[in-house]
Write a protein that binds this ligand. Sequence first.
Ligand code: CU
Length: 138
Amino acid sequence: MQRIFFVLCLMLFALTACGPTQFTVSDPWARPALARGTGAAYFVIENPGPADALIDAKSDVAETVELHKTVMAQGDVMQMMKMERIAIPTGKTEFKPGGSHIMFINLKRDLKAGDTIALRVVFQNAGTFDLQVKVQER
Ligand SMILES: [Cu+2]
């Protein structure tokens, strides 16, 4: 009985699933920031396929661009960790403040609200995506 229920669920899911059928990276944005300081970029990933991983990020906007994850360290302190890769499971993954992000270190110029910055992100399976990151207050 349980098995039949499971199969029914799968069929229902297949009929009603309306997510994207291809890997997408959408809504790239960054907070305003100052030259020589740090900044961060965020976006939403929809991965309809098997687990993937973000493996690289590049931008001319900063001296250094890193993949960061935010973790809870000792004493409930939020700490950012540089990652070589960030796992992207099947489904929706949101890079956001307090979570995973692309870190800009030593910005070459101010990031002002209304600006757009170019950011290239590379995934192990899905490949390379060139993003136009909108600078905005959120
Ligand atoms: Cu960071």
